[in-house]
Structures are given as structure tokens and as C-alpha cells.
Design a protein around this ligand. Structure first.
Ligand code: DOR
Ligand code: ZN
Length: 334
């Protein structure tokens, strides 16, 4: 008999669902595997008003009524406490800080946390979570995350009650950094940072489909991330940062960062945890710790994975997914 594992349906604590034609694909792929997900606000225009947030949420729900979108808003320089209060009353539980220029649609981001002091104070008072893309603009690309630690620590110190998420950890030094901070601070880990190294991006021929921000790093970084994911420490939980870009755009002269991992991230994680004898840690990492940090209920239902090979398509609706064309040793049981 094939090996099976049943876990609470996962929660993706960081994903990009995009807009327009792409939205349908991304929402349905996410809803297959995840009961809920933290929806990132770096759309065009950005999700930074209650009207836009509500319209986006309704659009997502109309495409997948059983998927719970956990809506975020994008912080902008000079954002007032009243503007944050208005966002909170539209049902969001988190605000996202993008340092200016570090990733897709972040040109209008924040240069220093001093530009959003009023907003951060209001978020702390209202109990909202601050989610941060932790990279220092204009630093050397492989040091950007590490060099952001100072800014992160300064915010944590200035707002002693604020819950903060260090998104998509990629650098082994960030694991130690987070371990030294209080429990109101947590970090998400993606499938691609657990599976890939920089060799997959440019060790042989350059592969734009696995280029992302922050860039995947070296084998020692991947090792440290795996140790954190397997540790059972509730501070570290899954957020895919699934971020699709069309194949045609990825293969044009310049490629934006972003990896589409939603469609197979869960079986890929089951495979990784199983290969390392850590399958018993999968459910907490994928389904429990993330919602617990946010104070949200985990999924009521479960999914069962069966150890049976699936082949990952080379293209899904014009997007090249993570591990395109490869097989993964787990599948969803019907
Ligand atoms: O690789 C990334 N792509 N990292 C991000 O932070 C944003 C994302 C996107 O929206 O394309
Ligand atoms: Zn992201």
C-alpha cells in the first residue's frame, strides 16, 4: 500500500495572486492545496485603500469561495494613522513594508521606517502585523537581506508590542538573528529557498524562471533554512512567496524576480521533509504555526497526500512553475 499522510489543509502565509487573467489560475492553484493565504498587496495599483482591498478580496472570493484570502495592505511613505485605521476596518490584519525598489512594483516603497512612523504606531495600537520584505536597497544583492537586519531591529525596538514577520528568509544569518528576537517576531520560509541554491539560477545556463527576490543563496544557507523548518520552532512557518510572471516576460531581455510555486509546493515540501526523516514536522510548519502567529484559526479540514509520483507541467497557463517538467513523489489523494 502507498504511504499516506493526512495534515490540516495548509495555510500559505505569503503569496501573490496577481490580477486580470492570471488571477483565475493563481487562485485556483492556491485553493487546491491551501485553505487560506496571506495575499500580498503589490498589485498595480497597490492595495492601499479600503475600496481596493474589498474589491480585490471580493474578486478572489468569486473565483474560489472556499479559499480564505487574508488581505494585506501596502504601506506608503507618510501614511497616516487614520489611513491605517481605515484599512483595519476593511478587514485586513497586516500591512506590508516594501523597501523602495527592492522587488516587483516596489518603486513607490519606503526608504526608511522613519517615513512610516505614524502608520507603525497605529498598527501597533490596533494589533496589526507588520510584514517586511527584508532587503536593503542598493546593497550588493547577496548581502541585501543581512544588511537589512539593522533596520528590522530598529523597528522592533521602537515598537515593543508590534508583531513582525521577516518574509522569505534566504540567508543563514537571518535564522540566528530571528532566534535572538522575542516571540512577537516570526519568519516565513518558501519552498524555493528550501530547495534551490544560486547554482540552480546561474551555475550552468542562466534560468530566469528560478530568479526571485531575495535571490536564493548558497548550500549553507539552504541547510540553515532546512534546519529551521525541521526544528519545530513555531517562529518559522511556510509562506510560498509564489509570484508568477509570464514565460514570455521571464524570457525577454530582463526578467523580474518571482517563482510560481503554488501548484506543487505542498507535495514538494512533503518530499523534502520525508527525505530528511521529518515528515512528522510537516503539519506544524505548513498548517499550524503560521495561523497561530497571526491569531487566526487553522483550516478546519484536512488533505491527504499519497506517495505517488506526479509530473509537474512545463508550463501552466503561460507560466513556468517551480520544478517544471520534473516529478515529485507525492500527490493529492482524491
Ligand atoms: O521574487 C519575488 N517576486 N519577490 C518578491 O518579493 C515579489 C515577487 C513578485 O511580486 O514578483
Ligand atoms: Zn512576496
Amino acid at each position: 500500500m502507498e504511504k499516506e499522510i493526512t495534515i490540516r489543509k495548509p495555510s500559505d502565509m505569503h503569496l501573490h495572486l496577481r490580477q486580470g487573467d492570471m488571477l483565475k489560475t493563481t487562485v485556483q492553484d492556491a485553493a487546491t492545496w491551501f485553505a487560506q493565504g496571506v495575499v500580498m498587496p503589490n498589485t498595480v495599483p497597490a492595495i492601499n485603500t479600503p475600496e481596493r482591498l474589498i474589491a480585490y478580496r471580493d474578486e478572489i472570493l468569486s473565483l474560489a469561495p472556499d479559499f480564505k484570502p487574508i488581505m494585506s495592505f501596502k504601506l506608503y511613505p507618510g501614511m497616516s494613522a487614520d489611513a491605517v485605521k481605515a484599512m483595519a476596518s476593511s478587514g485586513t490584519v497586516l500591512g506590508k513594508l516594501y523597501p523602495a525598489g527592492v522587488t516587483t512594483n516596489s518603486e513607490d516603497g519606503v526608504k526608511s521606517w522613519h517615513e512610516i512612523k505614524e502608520a507603525l504606531g497605529a498598527m501597533s495600537d490596533l494589533g496589526l502585523v507588520l510584514s517586511i520584505h527584508c532587503e536593503k536597497p542598493d546593497s550588493f544583492c547577496l548581502e541585501r537581506e543581512y544588511e537589512y537586519h539593522q533596520e528590522f531591529a530598529a523597528i522592533a525596538k521602537a515598537y515593543p508590542d508590534l508583531r513582525m514577520v521577516f518574509e522569505h528568509i534566504s540567508d543563514r544569518r537571518s535564522i540566528d538573528f530571528l532566534a535572538g528576537l522575542p516571540d512577537r517576531v516570526a519568519g516565513t520560509i518558501t519552498a524555493h529557498h528550501l530547495l534551490l541554491t544560486l547554482d540552480d539560477v546561474l551555475g550552468a545556463n542562466m534560468n530566469p524562471h528560478v530568479f526571485c527576490k531575495p535571490v536564493v543563496k548558497g548550500p549553507k544557507d539552504r541547510e540553515a533554512l532546512r534546519r529551521a523548518a525541521f526544528s519545530g520552532d513555531k517562529k518559522f512557518f511556510f509562506g510560498s512567496d509564489s509570484a508568477p510572471h509570464l514565460k514570455t516576460k521571464k524570457e525577454s531581455g530582463t526578467a523580474a524576480g518571482g517563482i510560481y510555486s503554488s501548484p506543487f509546493a505542498v507535495p514538494l515540501m512533503a518530499q523534502l521533509f520525508e527525505e530528511h526523516g521529518q515528515l512528522d514536522k510537516l503539519e506544524n510548519f505548513m498548517s499550524i504555526y503560521g495561523p497561530a502567529f497571526y491569531g487566526i484559526a487553522p483550516a478546519a479540514g484536512c488533505i491527504t497526500l499519497v506517495q505517488k509520483k506526479s509530473t509537474i507541467p512545463s508550463v501552466i497557463d503561460g507560466i513556468v512553475p517551480l520544478y517544471a517538467g520534473k516529478t515529485v513523489s507525492w500527490s493529492l489523494k482524491n
